[in-house]
Design a protein around this ligand. Structure first.
Ligand code: ADP
Ligand code: MG
Length: 287
């Protein structure tokens, strides 16, 4: 599914200057994200896609969410980022201990929530560097950090380019316009490298990458993973997890997280697929 027109990209969302009404977290929680019993559906439709998701990501952790196609992984990622196509019908999403459900996507982006799209969006006519600088500065302003002028930003952004081994020419091209599939995915990680989010959902960032690009992207993500942030890798395949070792692996099926384990779980899924989970569910009635 491609994002709707009203939703351009969370980078674009981050660039909107607006006073955030969000209270900075006072509780000193170690959770970067806490999702409780989350139910969501496409706005205006009856059928739920997310049917009670629970997920806690602490600072410094890398989580992987795996699961068959259509299980709701992208929906979960987009609901956390505040995509307007979806409606939350029940449950909570706490970011650093505060409820964000009432916040717009731009407000969430400015707090430090980042989504790398499964299908990155093209923004013709707006260069990567312009959009990145506006986004960076809007986030910096919202978080009380110093904004960068074009020259300062240029120095900063070039240093970040190295992280994903992208050529400087990419800065002056329209966002994702005419980029190959792999370049778009790398550009998403480049945006993450520039914005340094506190919580990142990377939706199938590995799909469509050849092995060299996969290594570059993985190294970039490993470099960006830190004590202060949480990363959620949404992936259909185990191969990304050969390069980025997750602390926690979850399996999502039919709109719920049905199993949680460590990296061994990803290897078991690679070997045995998802069927054993379905039969386990039939035997026990729950997973
Ligand atoms: P995954 O990322 O795990 O493959 P998705 O979250 O993309 O799964 O989709 C879960 C289910 O919800 C699918 O059946 C999909 O068709 C449906 N869905 C997701 N978004 C929309 C939408 N905007 N409109 C209609 N159906 C949707
Ligand atoms: Mg998906």
């Amino acid at each position: 599914m491609r994002p709707t027109n009203s939703w351009i990209s969370n980078l674009k969302a981050a660039s909107v200057k607006k006073n955030i009404k969000y209270k900075q977290n006072q509780k000193g929680t170690e959770n970067v994200l806490e999702i409780k019993n989350l139910h969501a559906r496409v706005e205006g439709e009856e059928t739920e896609i997310l049917k009670g998701v629970n997920l806690t990501v602490n600072k410094g952790e890398v989580h992987a969410i795996m699961g068959p196609n259509g299980s709701g992984k992208s929906t979960l990622s987009k609901v956390v980022a505040g995509h307007p196509a979806y409606e939350v019908t029940e449950g909570e999403i706490l970011f650093q201990g505060e409820d964000i459900l009432e916040l717009d996507p731009d407000e969430r982006a400015q707090l430090g929530i980042f989504l790398a799209f499964q299908y990155p969006v093209e923004v013709p006519g707006v260069t990567n560097s312009t959009l990145l600088r506006q986004s960076y500065n809007a986030v910096a302003e919202a978080q009380g950090r110093e904004e960068l002028d074009p020259l300062q930003f240029d120095d900063y952004v070039r240093e970040r380019l190295d992280l994903v081994k992208m050529k400087p020419e990419f800065l002056e091209r329209s966002v994702n316009a005419g980029f190959s599939g792999g370049e778009k995915k790398r550009n998403e990680i480049f945006q993450m490298a520039v914005l340094k989010p506190k919580l990142s959902f990377l939706d199938e960032t590995d799909s469509g990458l050849d092995i060299d690009a996969l290594k570059i992207v993985s190294e970039g993500i490993n470099h960006l993973a830190g004590e202060d942030n949480g990363i959620v890798l949404v992936t259909h395949y185990q191969r990304l997890l050969n390069y980025i070792v997750p602390d926690v692996v979850h399996v999502m099926m039919a709109g719920r997280i049905v199993k949680t384990g460590d990296k061994e779980l990803a290897l078991k899924l690679e070997e045995q697929g998802y069927d054993w989970l379905e039969s386990e569910e039939k035997v026990t009635g729950e997973i």
